[in-house]
Design a protein around this ligand. Structure first.
Ligand SMILES: [Zn+2]
Length: 317
């Protein structure tokens, strides 16, 4: 790997696919630093000063203070509105067809290079401060992965995470309090059909990304929960890390697994990022009993081609 090039495992897919649990477990492998959803660092971290996974406000977290200094000479040195403006110009789902082409227009290329240079500096600083040589970013958005694949200072590996769209849509329909701030706020909610359409768009985009030559590994959340040790071994090897012989944070008996989560410095993500200690590693199939039959049918109608491809229709699901 050329000097200065940082290896990044980018967790992609639609939110509520179990990415927080997987990210945190991958982050417990030696030499790996998982930092949550960096796409939200600029606004939720720097501007809104939301809480880090360690519980401190972003501006008070010693880890992020060091990262900010190493990457930019301090967070005050960044023009967050510039990052936001560039994001609006290049990092959107609607730009994916253009970003998938081999060549992009010179103006777009300049904007992309400036935009992804912020991420490259951030990843390098995370690797430096943590002493790890693999950074896990679970930003999930396909459009950001399409931008980052062109960044010369980032060695990008994409973990494309999929989950049964009925489970995902059920989760998007629930009201969930965000513990990220002192102000009462809730996670975004989608109707079942909207969640199903988003699921289609994100997953199709990651198939397209793989076809551009970006190293991509697909993992079903259901397979992860059935055999987490095996899945972590596969992920480690895909990300170029030696797979450890033992996984002391995992315990399994009779096909039921649980994990012990250590603390971390995730910048944004599912409320589970604040959890430490033992957690179940399970499929969580509450949707089967609690989601209306009409919603289940609607989700299946919207997503069935990919659902079938992933084995979620019929006996294999
Ligand atoms: Zn922290």
């Amino acid at each position: 790997m050329p000097a200065g090039r940082v290896r990044v495992l980018y967790v992609g897919g639609l939110g509520r696919s179990g990415s927080t649990l997987i990210e945190r477990l991958v982050g417990q492998l030696p030499g790996v630093c998982a930092v949550g959803e960096l796409v939200h660092l600029w606004e939720r971290g720097i501007t809104d000063d939301e809480r880090c996974g360690c519980g401190e406000p972003f501006s008070q977290c010693p880890f992020w203070l060091q990262v900010g200094k190493a990457a930019f000479g301090g967070w005050d040195e960044i023009d967050v509105s510039r990052v936001g403006a560039l994001r609006a110009q290049v990092d959107r789902n609607r730009f994916i067809p253009a970003l998938a082409r081999r060549q992009v227009r010179p103006e777009t290329r300049r904007r992309l290079a400036e935009y992804t240079s912020y991420y490259a500096r951030l990843y390098a600083a995370v690797a430096d401060v943590s002493g790890c040589d693999l950074v896990v970013d679970s930003s999930k958005h396909a459009s950001l992965a399409f931008c980052l694949r062109r960044e010369p200072d980032v060695d990008l590996r994409v973990l494309h995470l999929v989950r049964d769209p009925r489970a995902v849509a059920y989760s998007w329909g629930r009201q969930v309090l965000r513990p990220d701030t002192d102000r009462p706020s809730y996670m975004t909610r989608y109707s079942a059909v909207t969640a199903a359409k988003q699921w289609d768009v994100q997953n199709a985009a990651f198939h397209l990304l793989a076809r551009t030559g970006c190293p991509t590994m697909r993992l079903r959340y259901e397979d992860f929960t059935a055999q987490p040790e095996l899945a972590l071994r596969r992920v480690a090897s895909f990300a170029g890390r030696p797979a450890p012989d033992s996984y002391p944070f995992l315990t399994g008996a009779g096909g039921t697994w649980s994990a012990r989560l250590d603390g971390g410095h995730s910048v944004s993500g599912n409320p589970m990022r604040f959890t430490t200690g033992p957690v179940p590693v399970s499929r969580d199939e509450k949707w089967r009993a609690r989601m209306s039959q009409a919603d289940q049918r609607a989700v299946t109608a919207v997503t069935w081609p990919l659902m079938a491809g992933y084995g979620y229709l019929g006996a294999r699901s």
